[in-house]
Design a binder for this molecule. Sequence first.
Ligand SMILES: [Zn+2]
Length: 96
Amino acid sequence: MRIEDAQEMMRRVYIERDRARGLAGTLDRTAEEMEELRDALLGEQSLESVKEEVADVFAWLCSLANLMDIDIASAFFAKYSNSCSKCRKSPCECPE
Ligand SMILES: [Zn+2]
């Protein structure tokens, strides 16, 4: 599935709920999902649990972007177009 298709799917399924919740509430939920991903990784939960949390983070990022009418694929590829967004090399040669 392409990024834009995933984002559009999330719009179809959740846009009304996202609008009702608003930007601040959706941002909070997105941050909560990042925490859950962190807990899953640090708590050494199963790979399945980590996969679910990765999916949740992306889903909430889609909701956030949908509320702001940001096309994730366009924004992503504008910044990361086959090279590092900072050093412009591929693979990245930035110091850690
Ligand atoms: Zn770099």
